[in-house]
Design a protein around this ligand. Structure first.
Ligand SMILES: NC(=O)c1ccc[n+]([C@@H]2O[C@H](COP(=O)([O-])OP(=O)(O)OC[C@H]3O[C@@H](n4cnc5c(N)ncnc54)[C@H](O)[C@@H]3O)[C@@H](O)[C@H]2O)c1
Length: 392
């Protein structure tokens, strides 16, 4: 098939584009980022994703290319849209992000194509796109097929996770299904509205589970009980608690903003989602408050180990490590930060310098390399990476 992926050089657009290309499709990744397009065409992914560079090299040597030219869309049988859908500083979703990306390429769309929306959207966006196309006289059907991969597992999960397909007609379902089946995955049929909510519920469900673990961790911590022993005891040969998460900073480009999209969708009556947000976003404040009882922070230099939003990732979008940094900058004698993966932060220094110059170290992203750091200095480890306990 001939496929154009709009937003095809992004964190989820690129893995999908190359996965489709190595599975025999002719794929064009259309993206407005000139830098990303240039890098991709040279065979370098603009971000770290295990296994992606190897696949990208295979793809650029087959029928795949990246472009900033929107006219590329006109040649496609299937147009996949996977642009970013961030919330603003006041936690409002932008329901127009996808609609305006489609409006920008509308001049190059035609009735024979299928439009596959794949961004995580505010409910009702699929219908808005349908209305936009209808008003422009374009009769291409629109299906909503959410992306559910996790960063760090994209390459593996694209050929494993069942694909939800929100389609209005049998024909639309079959056309979208045929595309995803070439990746070797099963498909599940819903309406577009069900698929939109399915994606938001998926991420919000995870966000709430992490918030529950974080709240339990704070409770145990406050009462002097070892949270890790409690969690281990609960999970020991007890499958119903197998998914009880560890404590940790829960943030990043998806879970938080999708919970906020759902909160806005429910007219800000989503008490559970908003509580989860208060707990997860409040965790750096809690950690600092606890540390201020043990240390004279005003005289303490603090070193933050890891600035990405999660372990083994270079993605620092919405990372709570930065919130911790801001609070510590205000309260402590100084903050140094390091991360072996993050490339877009000019304030980072080497791990050696952070360890040598700090009085107190905090693991702020659970990169596995921090498991084995040798130092006499105290290390705060809320993920319990080092196995010495998560207590603060
Ligand atoms: N990052 C994840 O792990 C993940 C997982 C599942 C779903 N999602 C969802 O996928 C969507 C994309 O997320 P992401 O993390 O890949 O974002 P991203 O910012 O990494 O990628 C988006 C890409 O779209 C490009 N772009 C923006 N506007 C465009 C336009 N009008 N035309 C063409 N290209 C355009 C950007 O240059 C960028 O390369 C979001 O809705 C997100 O919620 C993300």
């Amino acid at each position: 098939m001939r496929i154009v992926v709009v937003g095809g050089c992004g964190h989820v657009g690129l893995p999908l584009s190359v996965a489709l290309a190595v599975n025999g499709h002719r794929v064009v990744a259309f993206d407005i980022s000139k830098t990303a397009v240039e890098q991709v065409n040279k065979g370098h992914a603009p971000f770290w994703e295990p296994g992606l560079n190897e696949l990208l090299l295979l793809a650029v040597n087959s029928d795949f290319k990246a472009t900033t030219d929107p006219k590329s869309v006109s040649d496609a049988e299937i147009v996949v849209v996977i642009v970013g859908t961030p919330i603003d500083l006041h936690l409002n979703p932008d329901p127009n992000a996808v609609v305006s990306a489609v409006a920008d390429i509308a001049a190059h769309l035609n009735d024979k194509q299928v439009l596959v929306l794949r961004s995580t959207v505010f409910p009702g966006v699929t219908e808005q796109v349908e209305r936009l196309l209808f008003n422009l006289g374009i009769r291409a059907p629109v299906v909503f097929c959410p992306e559910r991969i996790a960063e760090g597992f994209a390459v593996q999960e694209l050929s494993e996770l069942p694909q939800i397909i929100g389609a209005r007609t049998d024909r639309d379902f079959i056309r979208a299904s045929d595309l995803f089946k070439t990746l070797g995955v099963k498909t599940v049929r819903t309406t577009p509205e069900e698929a939109e909510l399915a994606k938001l519920f998926t991420n919000t469900w995870r966000y709430i589970k992490f918030a529950a673990a974080n709240q339990f961790w704070m409770m145990a911590n406050d009462s002097g009980v070892n949270f890790d022993n409690v969690r281990d005891a609960i999970r020991f040969e007890y499958p119903r608690a197998a998914d009880f998460p560890a404590a940790g900073f829960t943030a990043g480009p998806c879970l938080f903003k999708d919970t906020m999209q759902l909160a806005a969708f429910s007219n800000n009556t989503f008490a559970l989602g908003n509580s989860a947000m208060m707990i997860n976003e409040g965790l750096p404040l809690y950690v600092v408050e606890r540390l201020s009882k043990k240390y004279n922070l005003a005289n303490t230099k603090v070193g933050l180990l890891g600035m990405a939003f999660k372990g083994e990732s270079d993605d620092n979008r919405s990372s709570l490590a930065y919130k911790l940094k801001r609070i510590m900058k205000f309260k402590s004698a100084g903050v140094l930060t390091t991360d072996p993966y993050v490339k877009n932060d000019i304030e980072l220094v080497s791990e050696e310098e952070v360890i040598a110059s700090s009085d107190l170290l905090i693991i702020s992203a659970p990169h596995m390399r921090y498991k084995d750091i040798q130092t006499e200095k105290p290390i705060v480890d809320i993920w319990n990476l080092r196995g010495n306990g998560s207590a603060v």
